[in-house]
Design a binder for this molecule. Structure first.
Ligand code: ADP
Length: 544
């Protein structure tokens, strides 16, 4: 017997329609690429997304056509999130920090029809656009006065396009399983692979992101969205914010500590979302300017943090400086991305702070919608004992079923489990602790050393800003750990001090064979430590 409820498809357009109808006046604040702070509202974003839809149709964009963006977090990019997907076209968010050949590869692979770009990326566009045959036009995300002078055909101005449109039309009813957003994983090895999200997947993911045991976002919130709109749907926060009518604060190109602090202060942000690297910079700024800053003006209540491990030291700082709860999340582009969240259980209430930080430093428990298990080399589930290390497998309605155009072949097994390439333990409460990406594990004499655990321990030292642990070839042990550390400004550290500090924090045989202080550590385009670069640079460091 069938139920008798309406079969309303789960579409992203329903979010912006809802926000416009019920939270029209709620602000969307952007640090623009042009310079000033711009103020919009959910009502205006909805209206302009509607006009954009009209403009796209006039440009000949239809259902399934890919439309790329090369842009920072601003209200214009947010309009594209809704305007492009709302008509059934596919928004392809490109990470502008990638190398030119990678950007070109992705535009060609996606067969993008148009690219909407921030004027700061005009040079990238000038380089790559002529090599992408599918491109029909390039739209600068700015007004007439700020148009870049590019000698390219079919260059259009975003504000002119929108200005030519009259009232918006209703959003079409699409198949909820139709593609909505395309996002390539940065592909540290091999070519980037496209993850193609459906409307249904992202809408269900929004409920998860907004829920009380998720980010607990509401219309009373003002959220600083530091995680880029080109990085796994900005972790779904834009959609969750539209769902509940939260205010959004978009930092544009300015991700430095001073700019983030200032926005947090003036816009009274109650939550923020960003990768650990961003927050290291934020606290570095606070450390260097403490006397001039009034931290009591910050209203921050919680910070969604993931993408790489949030060290305990960071969790502690957010708590001590702001009383803010760092909500540690694990996920990947392939999981939309939220898969686990570090919320507390009733039994943790009343724990002293230090014990609570230990819980928060784990990557969290599975959210409803993503099934998770840790398996051994034969694919058998391992006990949930917090000790058994194995491959982390996921499945669920917002987990990928395969990459765009079949790249990478079949990526899920017969029971739909997707192997994440991460290695982890799970404890009896379901908290996952990520020990490594499979390829980053340090394999010493047949045993595994967790690079993440070493790094987390190292950044616990008050003089350390960032740390990277890698396995380097060793004549006896196959691999041994090498620790690279970047110190805070003015701090001096040597190997002996660091080893001494680590001595009671990790097993004796985990202690790095060498510790090197470096000026800078390399990062990938998504803000993770680039271990590939480090492994190459230090490959022979422990050679006899
Ligand atoms: P990219 O590889 O393009 O940077 P993703 O954002 O998809 O893209 O990266 C996902 C990976 O990031 C995960 O597989 C995992 O290795 C790592 N990661 C994500 N969240 C965490 C976390 N909280 N702790 C440790 N590693 C994390």
């Amino acid at each position: 017997m069938q139920g008798l409820m309406q079969r309303t498809p789960l579409l992203l357009s329903s979010l912006i329609t809802h926000a416009a109808a019920n939270h029209a006046g709620t602000e969307i604040v952007s640090q623009t690429v042009e310079g000033p702070i711009a103020r919009s509202t959910w009502g205006e974003v909805a209206e302009r997304a509607g006009k954009l839809a009209g403009a796209l149709r006039r440009l000949g964009v239809g259902e399934g056509d890919r439309v790329a963006t090369l842009a920072w977090n601003t209200s214009r990019h947010l309009e594209l999130y809704f305007g492009v997907t709302g008509i059934g076209a596919v928004l392809h968010t490109v990470n502008p920090r990638l190398f030119l050949p990678q950007i070109e590869y992705m535009l060609r692979h996606a067969e993008d029809s148009y690219v909407f770009f921030d004027i700061g990326f005009a040079e990238i566009i000038a380089e790559v656009a002529p090599n992408v045959p599918s491109l029909r036009g390039l739209i600068a995300l700015t007004d007439r006065a700020h148009m870049p002078s590019l000698a390219l055909p079919n260059l259009l101005c975003y504000e002119d396009l929108l200005g030519a449109e009259s009232d918006a039309h209703p959003w079409p009813t699409l198949d909820e399983n139709a593609a909505s957003i395309l996002c390539y994983t940065s592909g540290t090895t091999g070519n980037p692979k496209g993850v193609l999200y459906s409307h249904r997947a992202l809408l269900l993911h929004s409920f998860c992101a907004a829920a009380a045991d998720g980010l607990a976002v509401s219309c009373l919130d003002s959220g600083l969205l530091v995680v880029p709109l080109f990085h796994a749907n900005a972790w779904g926060v834009p959609f969750a914010a539209a769902m509940v009518g939260a205010k959004l604060v978009l930092p544009g190109p300015r991700l430095d500590g001073a700019s983030l602090f200032s926005l947090m202060q003036t816009e009274r942000c109650t939550f923020a979302a960003g990768v650990p690297t961003v927050w290291f910079g934020f606290f570095d700024y606070i450390d260097r300017n403490r006397a001039a800053l009034d931290l009591t003006t910050i209203r921050l209540d919680r910070v969604l943090c993931g993408g790489s491990a949030a060290p305990r030291a960071l969790i502690k700082r957010f708590d001590e400086e702001f009383g803010a709860f760092l909500l540690h999340a694990w996920g990947m582009t392939e999981t939309s991305p939220i898969a686990t969240l570090g919320r507390l259980l009733p039994k943790h209430i009343g724990l002293d702070r230090e014990a609570r930080y230990d819980i928060q430093a784990k990557q969290g428990r599975p959210v409803y919608g993503v099934e998770i298990r840790v398996v051994d080399a034969e694919g058998r589930p391992l006990p949930r004992d917090g000790r058994s290390v194995g491959a982390l497998m996921v499945r669920g309605p917002w987990v990928t079923a395969g990459y765009f155009k079949g790249e990478g072949g079949v990526v899920i097994d017969a029971e739909h489990w997707f192997n994440t390439g991460d290695v982890a333990t799970m404890d009896e409460d379901g908290y996952v602790t990520l020990t490594d990406r499979a390829k980053d594990i340090i394999k010493s004499g047949g045993e595994w050393i967790s690079s993440i655990e070493l790094e987390n321990a190292a950044v616990g030292h008050p003089d350390v800003l960032e740390a990277a642990a890698i396995g380097v070839a060793h004549p006896k042990w196959v691999e041994r750990p090498l620790l690279l550390i970047r110190c805070k400004e003015g701090a001096v550290l040597d190997k002996a001090t660091m080893l001494d500090f680590l001595a009671d924090k990790v097993a004796r045989w985990w202690l790095p064979d060498d510790v090197i202080v470096v000026e800078e550590l390399p990062h990938t385009a998504t803000g993770k430590l680039s271990k590939v670069t480090l492994r190459k640079a230090y490959a022979n460091h422990l050679a006899p």
